[in-house]
Write a protein that binds this ligand. Structure first.
Ligand code: PBG
Ligand code: ZN
Length: 326
């Protein structure tokens, strides 16, 4: 009744010492788009500041990432050729396998996460093998094992299946373990909604479905109980980290997972979330830097231990400046 809560907000010294949530550069994973081609550095129109690179130019990006103190990247590949099953994804000389070897050789301190899916590799843009115009779960599992194994052999540090196939974590775990890769962790895209916020990513990764949508495999945005079931399934199958995606419209789900599971929680601050802040910032309608930091903070406060974000480099720059002041 008589407590004056404003007393704890009087000065920056007080506020800073009482701050409940703080972002760190090591919270971030930075996504990279790598195209199988030469001499490419191409900005993605709907994602200002984010580029597709070919391997021969990616060093520029990697140097910057390492200098900023970012310690993890997640890789997405754009192959030269596509087919019905996405077989380039498990070619030992495919673009992602080459990228993993290149990064682990030249930037050994960087942790390399690989997204495991087929939409960038199939000519129809769906996340697996088609059967009667729908993705067949169990046929796709067979190929998921091959893709994950190829990435493991190339030296990947963590595998992140994003296709929302049932039993993907179990199958990949089995495949890895039976080939001596039991130490490679799996980050499940456990709770991935069928979201319109992925639009800019599909331009970036050239992975839009050529017909239909992903509603038969990705989750209905209306569902909250189902998120707990999806997360539990991944826990039972042996996932090491659980992810919620997208982040901002799903902060309640991030908190649900945080409260119900002991595993670390990751959140994917997706392309459309990035694009909106960039667009409003460019128009001068919002203070882009402040909105970016507030957004990332909200994802962490909701319960995310790890944030996959296109803002990682910009946020790292700001956190470094703050560090030298504090
Ligand atoms: C592939 C995949 C997608 C994203 C990450 N992995 C697109 C999709 O499911 O259509 C989206 C990431 C983003 O929007 O930033 N399955
Ligand atoms: Zn996919």
């Amino acid at each position: 009744m008589t407590q004056r809560l404003r007393d704890n907000r009087k000065t920056e010294e007080i506020r800073s010492s009482l701050r409940e949530t703080k972002l760190k550069i090591s919270d971030f994973i930075y996504p990279l788009f790598i195209e199988e081609a030469d001499n490419i550095k191409k900005e993605i129109i709907s994602m200002p500041g984010i580029f597709r690179y070919s391997l021969d130019r990616i060093n520029e990006e990697l140097d910057e990432i390492v200098a900023l103190g970012i310690n993890s990247v997640i890789l997405f590949g754009i192959p030269l050729t596509k087919d019905a099953e996405g077989s380039e994804s498990w070619n030992n000389d495919g673009i992602i396998q080459k990228a993993i070897r290149y990064i682990k050789t030249n930037y050994p301190t960087l942790k390399v996460v690989a997204d495991v899916c087929f939409c960038e590799y199939t000519d129809h843009g769906h996340c697996g093998v088609l059967c009667d115009n729908d993705v067949d779960n169990d046929l796709t599992l067979v190929n998921l094992r091959k893709q994950a194994l190829a990435q493991a052999k190339a030296g990947v540090d963590m595998i992140a299946p994003s296709g929302m196939m049932d039993f993907a974590v179990r199958e990949i775990r089995e495949e890895l373990d039976s080939h001596g890769f039991e130490h490679i962790p799996i980050m499940g895209y456990s709770v991935k909604y069928c979201s319109s916020y992925y639009g800019p990513f599909r331009d970036a990764a050239d992975s839009a479905p050529s017909f239909g949508d992903r509603r038969t495999y990705q989750m209905d945005p209306a569902n909250r109980n189902e998120a707990l079931k999806e997360a539990q399934a991944d826990v039972d199958e042996g996932a090491d980290i659980l992810m919620v995606k997208p982040a901002l419209s799903y902060l309640d789900i991030i908190r649900d997972l945080k409260n119900n599971f002991d595993l670390p929680i990751a959140a994917y601050n997706v392309s459309g979330e990035y694009a909106m802040i960039k667009a409003a910032g460019k128009n001068g309608w919002i203070d882009e830097e402040k909105v970016m930091m507030e957004t990332l903070l909200s994802i962490k406060r909701a319960g995310a231990d790890i944030i996959i974000t296109y803002f990682a480099k910009e946020a790292a720059r700001i956190l470094r400046q703050k560090d030298t002041r504090e």
